[in-house]
Design a protein around this ligand. Structure first.
Ligand SMILES: *Cc1c(COP(=O)(O)O)cnc(C)c1O
Length: 390
């Protein structure tokens, strides 16, 4: 047997820097209240923004489809055929997003990796916000294009880079909603610069789908820019409560991806029941705007509560509400003390966040009650005072 002691050594070093991670079991669905460590706690760490992950309509759609179409998709769609539900969901998503066509991916991670490696090649440049999601960073790393990183939402810096570029093609990529900050990308300015310097725009709507915009259609709708973003992706696993991801754009974009995108071509397609759940989720997103309204009311209530206590919530303007602590050990101590009071807010440390950027990242759900939020705010006040954070 080979020598694996280097792993134990590396794990020790991770522990010494207060960066060691352990998975934490919860019982039951991603509901506002879950069973954890033998007691009921309020879940403030889920991206199940609209409460659809446990919704009866999604469950029923999944069960019905399992019975009729079975479990797996058998292979990639270029090999074993496109199932009816894949097509139905793609048509539905394209309409929902106001785009010509859509393509399903197994995860948002794979959609981003696939898009960046397929669309930006040798001789091109990807211009990427420094706080973009890890899957964008990895897509940039794998792409044969050059990668230039601009300071977070800094449009002057973006312009400087665009002006300097003499590449064949320029692709600006940004999260619509930044997953660790809860800030929204300044898309109108990005569009203006892209037009001025002849660049393409790619937006990651993972946290915006179902959340931002009057109809929950994402960052484009939020800014009244539907139809003015060349490349958009989003996931079906966050506000839509299921699993999987999509890309939308022109028919040519989608046809090109079907032909050339390796993370689409060489992986098994989504199970049909998963597609059926996403269709059921889109019905609810379109028919029940009150869910989105509750989500935003909860968000405002909770964030204002934290800000009144003088917690640093950064640039948050969405249901992602970070509480900046900076120190790794202190962040995890706050996490433990909140858990002891029945509140689950995951502490996040590098490399998920930048160095000295450790934080508690609270995410709100439409299904949290005022009592849930009051209990959480009380716990934050107590822990904040105990640890000298406020
Ligand atoms: C979660 C996330 C992804 C990845 O999506 P999955 O479907 O979970 O793989 C991509 N981008 C951003 C900004 C995300 O937050």
């Amino acid at each position: 047997m080979g020598d694996l002691t280097f792993l134990a050594t590396a794990l020790e070093a991770i522990k010494e820097r207060d960066l060691y991670r352990q998975l934490r079991p919860i019982q039951g669905a991603q509901s506002p209240r879950v069973q954890m460590e033998g007691k009921e706690v309020i879940l403030l760490s889920s991206n199940n923004y609209l409460g659809l992950a446990e919704h009866p309509a999604l469950r029923e759609a999944g069960i019905r489809t399992l019975e009729r179409y079975g479990c797996g998709a058998g292979a990639s769609r270029s090999i074993s055929g496109t199932m009816e539900l894949h097509r139905a969901l793609e048509e539905r998503i394209a309409r929902f997003k106001g785009c010509e066509a859509a393509l399903l991916f197994s995860t948002g991670y794979m959609a981003n990796m696939g898009l960046l490696t397929t669309l930006a090649e040798d001789g091109d440049v990807i211009v990427s916000d420094e706080f973009n999601h890890a899957s964008i960073v990895d897509g940039c790393r794998l792409s044969r294009a050059e990668v230039w990183v601009y300071r977070h939402r800094d449009m002057d810096h973006l312009e400087t880079l665009l002006r300097r570029s003499a590449h064949r093609r320029r692709l600006i990529v940004t999260d619509g909603v930044f997953s660790m900050e809860g800030a929204i990308a300044p898309l109108p300015e990005i569009r203006r610069l892209a037009d001025q310097y002849g660049a393409l725009v790619m937006v990651d709507d993972a946290h915006a789908t179902g959340v931002l915009g009057k109809g929950g259609r994402g960052t484009g709708e939020h800014f009244g820019m539907t139809g003015r973003i060349e490349i958009q992706m989003g996931t079906l696993g966050k506000a839509l409560g299921g699993f999987g991801a999509y890309v939308v754009g022109t028919q040519d974009l989608i046809d090109y991806l079907i032909n050339c995108c390796r993370t689409f071509m060489y992986t098994t397609a989504l199970p049909p029941a998963i597609a059926a759940m996403a269709l059921a989720a889109l019905d609810i997103v379109e028919k029940e705007p009150q869910r989105r309204q509750s989500l935003w009311e909860n968000t405002g209530y909770f964030r204002t509560g934290l800000q009144k206590m003088d917690f640093d919530t950064g640039m948050s303007e969405t249901p992602i509400c970070p509480v900046l602590i900076k120190d790794n050990a202190l962040t995890m101590e706050a996490d433990r003390r909140l858990m002891a009071r029945g509140i689950f807010v995951q502490g996040l440390r590098p490399p998920t966040v930048p160095p000295r950027g450790s934080r508690l990242r609270a995410t709100l759900m439409a299904t949290h009650t005022e009592e849930d939020l009051n209990r959480a705010l009380d716990a934050f006040r107590e822990v904040g005072r105990e640890l000298g954070l406020i």
